[in-house]
Design a protein around this ligand. Structure first.
Ligand code: PMP
Length: 274
């Protein structure tokens, strides 16, 4: 995809075509880094405080030095205003910086990037279950690191099947999450979602939905997707999205999903940093 506009990189605004990091950057060499995707609404990155907090959590777990909240806010503000965007996708990336050509610790300083891109059209509300598992006991479980090739692979697998998302079970066969989404099911009118111990990311949208709606956080078998009355996804770019199919099973977008989606839309209308 062609990227245009200006990229904020280590304090400078640089044309997208020439923005670059070193070939020795540990983010490139081994995927040693953290990232966040935010949506810019009316020129303001939505839920910035929560995204900065999660970025700091991921960096702490990777033992990569974290830029201050002030630097991250400045990067976001400057990249939004330089690109004069009202509605857009904003990606914050922090990597370990210069490092060895292997898995030894990077020597830094960290690389910090804030990039703006277009928001894609809403993805098709069809998903498939992935033939691979999430490792809920792995070192990177629940973290938003730049080691995302497992998700890239599974998403490609889904796209090849006409779906927009692949849903993982964890190693115990429990429902976990999608490649870039959290998953909720509705059974007999009750809304449930897997707990964080399932290995899923603590999605910001998930977190907000848990605060505004009655949701049970419970271990669920992956097979619940075959019997649930409704299934919906949450993510920064999808908000709350009801699904119309899981694998070969068609299902309706029902009243519980509509209620949660409406409550989430109301939350967004009432303030941009909940
Ligand atoms: N799980 C994974 C693996 C993700 O990458 C994302 C997207 N960041 C989510 C869930 C949803 O999180 P959020 O609501 O913060 O976008």
């Amino acid at each position: 995809m062609e990227q245009t506009g200006l990229i904020w990189i280590d304090g400078d605004l640089v044309p997208a075509e020439s923005a670059s990091v070193s070939v020795f950057d540990h983010g490139l060499v081994v995927g040693d880094g953290a990232f966040e995707t935010l949506v810019v609404i009316d020129g303001t990155p939505f839920a910035a405080t929560r995204h900065i907090r999660r970025l700091h959590t991921t960096l702490a777990a990777l033992a990569v030095e974290a830029p201050s909240e002030q630097v991250l806010r400045q990067a976001m503000e400057q990249v939004v205003s330089a690109n004069q965007v009202d509605r857009a996708r904003l990606r914050l990336t922090v990597t370990g910086g210069l490092g060895p050509l292997g898995s030894g610790a990077p020597t830094g300083p960290v690389s910090i990037i804030a990039a703006i891109g277009p928001l894609a059209e809403p993805p098709t509300p069809a998903v498939v279950t992935a033939p691979w598992t999430r490792n809920e006991g792995g070192a990177l479980a629940g973290l938003k690191t730049t080691s995302y090739a497992e998700n890239v692979r599974a998403l490609r697998w889904a796209k090849e099947r006409g779906a927009s998302e692949a849903i993982f079970a964890n190693t115990k066969g429990e429902l976990c999450e999608g490649t870039g989404t959290n998953v909720f099911v509705v059974v007999d009118g009750r809304v449930s979602t897997p707990p964080l111990r399932s290995g899923c990311l603590a999605g910001i949208t998930r977190e907000l939905v848990l605060e505004i709606a009655e949701v049970d956080e419970v271990d669920l078998p992956l097979d619940v997707l075959r019997t649930a009355d409704e299934v919906f996804l949450t993510s920064t770019t999808r908000d709350v999205q009801g699904l119309t199919s899981v694998d070969d099973r068609a299902l309706p977008v029902g009243p519980a999903t509509d209620r949660v989606a409406a409550a989430f839309a109301e939350l967004v209308r009432s303030g941009l940093d909940p």
